[in-house]
Design a protein around this ligand. Structure first.
Ligand SMILES: Cc1cc2nc3c(=O)[nH]c(=O)nc-3n(C[C@H](O)[C@H](O)[C@H](O)COP(=O)(O)OP(=O)(O)OC[C@H]3O[C@@H](n4cnc5c(N)ncnc54)[C@H](O)[C@@H]3O)c2cc1C
Length: 478
């Protein structure tokens, strides 16, 4: 099939592949791989990543036709074998229909494919990321001896830990076997707090909660969530309607109006100080199915995001630092606190900070989610020990007006990785270079060794993952 041009969700990347295929099944994937032996191959999901994870100028495979779902076992012992191109939305529907079960972990949206979601460590709040629950990965790659494409199943050890989050660089994922759990309900309500410590101490009562630091108001809106054995609330449908109309649509339209039409820093600051909170109904407690409660329609309006993961002990400091940088960038203060100023001086980043000053007015609640450790090599929550917290910074600026956001994202990633060991999400804006990224993951060398063993010729690497996996040598390749 001739080449195609595609754009990702965020609109920041154009993909111009030399050839593109939508295989009909596993044997078709093998046929295409044999046809393109020696060429660079990249498999895409729904192109919701805004890092370069899915970019290619080689051969592009879209596995959307491999979307079967087979469920076995029952209750919390259920596992599902899922075709790589199956979207999460369809998977949830099938799990419910076939076995009254669901996924243990969910991101904010259900647009992604299962293979795409696990390949960048997609996560929600209050448990490990989706990758953690993967029990086996069915992979197509080349046999180094014969050069022929073949299929293998990865079921254990470090190879499974690598395959659970592999940035598309171990081969073509054909299917995954993922642990599921019986359907369950989540009770949710919103509350506003002035102090982070109050939000965090509520975690013991609401282990699935996430919270938002509202810029320019500088208060916290906690979305308190816990599992609930009671049936769905009778008004769950009304709550869903409220979330859709008031939050997913009206609140976002207001943000778009201030950011894209009015474009006034003063008015954006005013909107976040005074107006945003009026969209949130406090203390309305509602229980609903987890698959409805844990997600939102965040895909309705194009945006771009950087998300940084820090350990719990760095969270308060990281949020205070973020607030100061945002205030300085958006014209709300003239200098950082003396502690943070000296930190940036030590990192020699004063110039980057000076360049950002007055250039970017942050205009979206900073979502903070707790992610338990993953049994993986390089997902953002990989490793053992204290939980991770992800801080997300989203911009709704128009495509041509994102320079300020990129300056902000560069500074935040570069400084927070060094100050707080912050790891950027692999599927979102990821401005660190290979050496910086590698230094954040103790088991990165193991991941690299496994990728090289499974794909010695590097045909499943794109320019970005080649730079990560091959160092300088990869960075110069196309
Ligand atoms: C609106 C929106 C909301 C989001 N919400 C969240 C969230 O709540 N939590 C979170 O963690 N992330 C979130 N994300 C990020 C998103 O989950 C990830 O970027 C995810 O990787 C996208 O999946 P995809 O199917 O679009 O894959 P793509 O973006 O197309 O690809 C991602 C990676 O997977 C690889 N890949 C895909 N399919 C295969 C395959 N079959 N074999 C081998 N490699 C493959 C690609 O090569 C690429 O490296 C969100 C993104 C958007 C746009």
């Amino acid at each position: 099939m001739p080449g195609v041009r595609r754009r990702n969700f965020g609109g920041n990347l154009k993909i111009q592949a030399a050839a593109a295929y939508t295989p009909t099944g596993e044997q078709d994937v093998l046929r295409i791989l044999d046809l393109h032996s020696g060429d660079r191959i990249r498999t895409i999901g729904w192109l919701h990543s805004s890092s370069e994870a899915a970019v290619t100028d080689g051969v592009l495979l879209d596995l959307k036709r491999l979307d079967q779902v087979e469920v076995c076992g029952d209750g919390d012992d259920t596992v599902a074998v899922v075709g790589a191109g199956c979207r999460i939305e369809r998977l949830l529907g099938e799990l419910d229909r076939q076995a009254a079960c669901t996924l243990a972990s969910l991101g904010l949206i259900t647009e992604q494919t299962i293979a795409g979601a696990i390949s960048t460590g997609t996560h929600g709040s209050g448990c490990s990321s989706m990758s953690h629950f993967v029990e086996a990965v069915r992979l197509a790659r080349y046999d180094p001896a014969s050069g022929k494409a073949f299929i293998e199943e990865i079921t254990e050890g470090a190879e499974l830990m690598a395959a659970r989050c592999s940035l598309g660089s171990m081969g073509v994922i054909l299917a995954v076997r993922i642990r599921c759990r019986a359907n369950y309900n989540i009770e949710e309500h919103f509350a506003e707090y002035r102090r982070l410590s109050d939000v965090l101490s509520a975690e013991s009562s609401f282990p699935r909660q996430q919270f938002y630091l509202i810029p320019w108001r500088w208060s916290y809106f906690a979305q308190h969530r816990r599992e609930d054995a009671r049936p769905r609330s009778p008004v769950a449908w009304l709550y869903r309607l409220y979330c859709l109309l008031a939050i997913d649509v009206a609140l976002h339209l207001m943000v778009l109006f201030f950011v894209r039409v009015l474009r006034s820093r003063r008015l954006i600051r005013f909107a976040f100080r005074r107006l945003v909170s009026s969209f949130i109904i406090r203390n309305w407690k509602v229980s609903d199915r987890s698959a409805s409660m844990l997600v939102m329609k965040h895909e309705l309006f194009r945006h771009i995001e950087i998300e940084l993961f820090v350990r719990r002990e760095r969270l308060a400091d990281a949020l205070q630092y973020s607030q100061e940088v945002i205030e300085l960038a958006g014209g709300g203060r003239s200098a950082l606190s003396s502690d943070n100023r000296s930190r940036l001086e030590e990192l020699r980043m004063q110039d980057a900070l000076a360049e950002l000053r007055g250039r970017y007015c942050h205009h979206y609640p900073i979502c903070v989610r707790r992610v338990a450790c993953d049994d993986t090599l390089i997902s953002m929550a990989a490793g053992e020990g204290a939980d991770w917290y992800s801080l997300s910074f989203i911009s709704y600026a128009r495509l041509g007006n994102r320079d300020g956001f990129f300056l902000f994202a560069d500074l935040m990633a570069a400084s927070m990785s060094r100050l707080f060991g912050a790891r950027p999400h692999w599927g979102k804006i990821c401005p660190l270079d290979a050496a910086q990224l590698e230094s954040l993951y103790p088991r990165f060398a193991d991941f690299r060794a496994i990728c090289k063993r499974l794909d010695p010729a590097g045909v499943f690497r794109n320019r970005w993952t080649a730079a990560l996996l091959d160092g300088e040598e990869g960075a110069s390749e196309t």
